[in-house]
Design a protein around this ligand. Structure first.
Ligand code: PGA
Length: 256
């Protein structure tokens, strides 16, 4: 049995205003109170809702972690529209999603900029949730494993072993995101194991064992348990089903 604490993280994407986000996190809390010490829950609202959600978490002493969906790698500067790591730290963000396929596809993220963001997140004391995953074409050509391994290696270039041991990786096949299609749990587990082995090759078996690998892509209450019961899958990164307290809580319960 692994010692890794399961994690269920909600990626709210471009949904929820500051007010709506505050209500959602309260509702989640009402549903999950008894999971606190057994599953780590994280919500990742849009930047504009981080403050209100953070305030609810603080005032109500919720055991829910806070994450951002992206970050710039510089400390400050003339980068119109960007958000610096320390701005997130001040709002008590513990996590940052880095390299989500939507950032890679629509907003120009590359393995190089993903690597810079990973460094910035670690250097500021936060933990990256590194997203990797293949396109349908790569999947159909049987190239998933080598593609994903390459993404992990590139993202972790220059990362220290001490940092790597806190890393969270989310394996999200692009063709499974928002589509209702998923790989089989065995396929997800194979890639999760391969991701763990890649981290192990870089930083040793101890780090490989402490890194948490999540599955993401059309995770719903109906299928969550299948994925989360796989030995190398330590949790889920959830999009659409994270926007309702009940479905998010049901998924969190499947991690037990
Ligand atoms: P989905 O999104 O659960 O809506 O498929 C997952 C993600 O993109 O993180």
């Amino acid at each position: 049995m692994s010692e890794r604490m399961p994690m269920v993280a909600g990626n709210w994407k471009m949904h929820k205003t500051a007010g709506e986000g505050a209500i959602l996190v309260q509702r989640i809390e009402e549903r999950v109170i008894r999971l606190w010490d057994r599953v780590e829950l994280v919500v990742c609202p849009p930047f504009t809702a981080l403050k209100s959600v953070s305030t609810v978490i603080e005032l109500d002493r919720l055991q829910i972690g806070l994450g951002a969906q992206n970050v710039h790698w510089e400390d400050e500067g003339a980068f119109t529209g960007e958000i610096a790591p320390r701005m997130l730290v001040e709002l008590r963000c513990g996590y940052v999603i880095v390299g989500h396929s939507e950032r890679r596809e629509f907003f120009g993220d590359t393995n190089e900029t993903v690597n810079k963001r990973i460094h910035a997140v670690f250097d500021n004391g936060m933990v990256p949730i590194l997203c990797v995953g293949e396109s349908l074409a790569i999947h159909e050509a049987g190239g998933t494993e080598s593609f994903v391994r390459g993404q992990v290696r590139a993202a972790l270039e220059g990362v220290t072993t001490e940092q790597a041991e806190r890393l969270v990786v989310a394996y999200e096949p692009i063709w499974a995101i928002g589509t209702g299609r998923t790989p089989t749990p065995e396929m997800a587990n194979d890639i999760a194991r391969s991701i763990r082995a890649t981290v192990g090759a870089l930083h040793g078996p101890g780090v490989a064992q402490s890194v948490r690998v999540l599955y993401g892509g059309s995770v719903k209450p109906e299928n969550a348990r299948m994925f989360l019961s796989e030995p190398d899958v330590d949790g889920a990164l959830v999009g659409g089903a994270a926007l309702e307290a009940d479905s998010f809580a049901d998924i969190a319960e499947s991690a037990l």
